[in-house]
Design a protein around this ligand. Sequence first.
Ligand code: 5GP
Length: 189
Amino acid sequence: MSERGKVFVITGPSGVGKGTLIKRLLAAVPELELSVSATTRGPRPGEEDGREYHFLTEQEFQRRVGEDDFLEFATYSGNRYGTLRSALDDRLRSGRSVVLEIEVQGASQVRQSMPEAIQIFIAPPDPAVLRERLVGRDTDSEEEIEKRLRRAEVELEAQVDFPHVVVNDDVQKAATELEQLVRSELSLH
Ligand code: 5GP
């Protein structure tokens, strides 16, 4: 493949179901790969370094900021998260397309530096479902959930900046909509 791959930025508030939709998308469209981000947050049970994230110390993260290793980076709920350029460059050059699952500040940085990236916002049918999902998935403390919900209010306002919004009301329906959107951008049928 000689054509350069495409970048899909998928964002939306914590608890909206991005992870589940992206898992389905990757299973349905094998042409896509997920970029593994770097973070300073600690691994949750079951998470592995290099698989869910590259888990870095604050010092190492900062060093890599200084080296200009990140396409974008942001602070979210007290921790830092960023997309490593190295996770993208080789893949795109060899024609593979990449999905970035990132929060909205990072998405807005990518909009500036890589305007050709396709930006998709996953929205809840109603903000109240975010709390239910965050409580239900049982990965975060109460305090952490409150922080994420406060951040979600700001993130939801940002959805007007996105050309594509997929409402995750019914997961099957949202997954199909997302897949169709990506297939059409990649000219796949
Ligand atoms: P979590 O701690 O739940 O894994 O992620 C918290 C938030 O950080 C989520 O909204 C997730 O999409 C976002 N995130 C994950 N990786 C990155 C990244 O590389 N850059 C940015 N800006 N956000 C990220």
